[in-house]
Design a protein around this ligand. Structure first.
Ligand SMILES: NC(=O)c1ccc[n+]([C@@H]2O[C@H](COP(=O)([O-])OP(=O)(O)OC[C@H]3O[C@@H](n4cnc5c(N)ncnc54)[C@H](O)[C@@H]3O)[C@@H](O)[C@H]2O)c1
Length: 441
């Protein structure tokens, strides 16, 4: 990456100099799965970092060196606290002392599937109060194309500062993959696009201090769209493979074997795998930010709607599999003890957001199933009418049916096969094991 792509002058040059010298005071708003690892990377790179969150519980934990994000070890947090390079606060007035701000607040959907921009708006209202000349502000929350220019910029410009001259505004999509040991904040290439060329250049210089690869793009809209393309690509391919799984089930073909064999093609095929439904804060949600915006531009996002529909059917498909499997052994769902293995939305993490396990468990409970679960990452489940505590894996022995929803690597699958009388496996976790007890997706 060339060191400087455009010549910076005046306030831009001064800010770039502070960033390069690591004397810029870095702020991160929203200390969740995205913001905390980012704050840690910049503190590790030698910056003085202030995390700002509305949750006192979170700021207290950060200040006590106690991590609540799987990818950030307690030891790392404690070390950065002791060195004085990281602190967390709930008081937004510290923004007056900061030179850079990364906004990493939630962007959920409303019940109507419209974007909920209230967290971004509230963070920007606080920034606008304390914004001062010479600041770099970067929105990282996933959002619809146009947010940075149409929503964030007018709010910040109200303070009377000129973008590209007095302050610098960028969008940079966050691509973190919680629980991925190979790719973490530091080595995932970072795309950044600014409102002006100077904004992009300062954004590029900023990330280059702490992250391995920075990919500048020509505008905030391009940067916003990059993230939505990536997540829509996943949503649609998962929808496609789920539909293939439904077809294979009808035709009595093992879909897992089909995918593994197709994946031997060295070009032109990327394997995706079926499952009990989509989970997490990104894939089930972000594409609907795009479809909402594209509707305003007069284009119906038909692939997105279709994939959303097919993926939404998967929990029902798993529930039908459980019902049929129990029927085959002469037991109705009503009154049967059904034990779920894994409730987090994906393997080896503790995040329950949008987890399909909740849908599957509630649907089975509504049909009269008596539910229990084991998940080493989720000790208690207190959601939507489910009030359960995680049981030891041995609890599978007493169940009429075990349903594997999340294939955590900590589970002892050989022991599970011994213990369980019937297993519905929605993740191919029992791959390579053959038994009449196993019903695959
Ligand atoms: N989690 C992921 O894997 C992931 C990956 C890529 C992108 N994203 C995107 O990044 C953004 C953040 O996601 P996350 O998973 O870190 O969310 P999160 O819920 O884990 O963290 C968000 C944090 O923001 C805080 N917060 C809420 N409103 C605030 C406000 N007004 N001011 C200050 N703090 C506030 C919350 O207390 C919370 O600690 C979202 O837009 C999400 O779509 C998430």
């Amino acid at each position: 990456m060339p060191e400087a792509q455009i010549a910076l002058i005046d306030g831009a040059a001064a800010l770039a100099e502070k960033i390069r010298a690591r004397t810029a005071r870095v702020g991160v708003i929203g200390l969740g799965y995205v913001g905390l690892p980012l704050a840690v990377e910049f503190a590790n790179a030698g910056f003085s970092v202030t995390g700002i969150d509305v949750s006192e519980a979170k700021t207290e934990k950060v200040n006590a060196g106690v991590s609540y994000v799987g990818d950030v070890p307690d030891a790392e947090l404690s070390r950065l606290r002791s060195s004085g390079r990281l602190r967390a606060v709930t008081d937004f007035s510290v923004i007056a002392e900061l030179d850079t701000i990364n906004i990493c607040v939630p962007t959920p959907l409303r019940k109507t599937k419209d974007p909920d921009m209230s967290y971004i708006v509230s963070a920007c209202q606080e920034i606008a109060k304390y914004c001062h000349p010479g600041m770099l502000i970067i929105l990282e929350s996933t959002t619809y194309p146009g947010t940075t220019d149409e929503l964030v910029l007018p709010m910040l410009a109200e303070a009377g500062l000129e973008v590209g001259k007095d302050f610098f505004l960028c969008f940079s999509p966050e691509r973190v993959d919680p629980g991925n040991p190979k790719y973490q904040t530091r080595n995932i290439p970072k795309v950044v696009g600014g409102v002006t060329e100077a904004c992009t250049e300062i954004g590029r210089i900023f990330y280059a201090q702490a992250l391995e690869t920075v990919v500048p793009v020509s505008s905030t809209q391009v940067a916003e769209m990059v993230k939505l393309l990536e997540n829509t690509f996943r949503l649609i391919n998962i929808g496609l493979v789920n539909e293939i799984a439904l077809m294979c089930d009808r035709m009595r073909i093992n879909v897992w074997e089909v995918i593994d064999a197709a994946a031997t093609k060295p070009f032109g095929f990327v394997p995706f795998y079926p499952g009990p439904g989509l989970g997490g804060h990104c894939i089930p949600i972000d594409p609907f930010y795009l479809s909402w915006k594209s509707k305003q531009a007069g284009i119906e996002a038909r692939f997105i709607e279709l994939a959303g529909y097919i993926n939404g059917q998967m929990p029902h498909f798993v529930v039908d599999k459980v019902q049929n499997a129990l029927n085959d052994v002469g037991k109705p769902v009503k009154g049967s003890r059904i034990h779920v293995m894994g409730v987090a939305y994906k393997r080896d993490i503790d995040d329950m957001r949008e987890s399909p396990a909740l849908d599957v468990m509630l649907l089975l409970q509504n049909r009269g199933g008596v539910m229990s679960y084991s998940d080493p990452h989720v000790p208690v489940l207190r959601l939507d009418g489910l009030h359960l505590d995680s049981q030891p894996e041995s609890a599978a022995a007493g169940a009429d049916c075990v349903v594997i929803i999340t294939d955590h690597s900590a589970f002892d699958y050989a022991a599970l096969l011994e213990r369980a009388s019937l297993i519905v496996d929605s993740r191919n976790a029992m791959k390579g094991r053959s038994s009449g007890k196993i019903v695959r997706l």
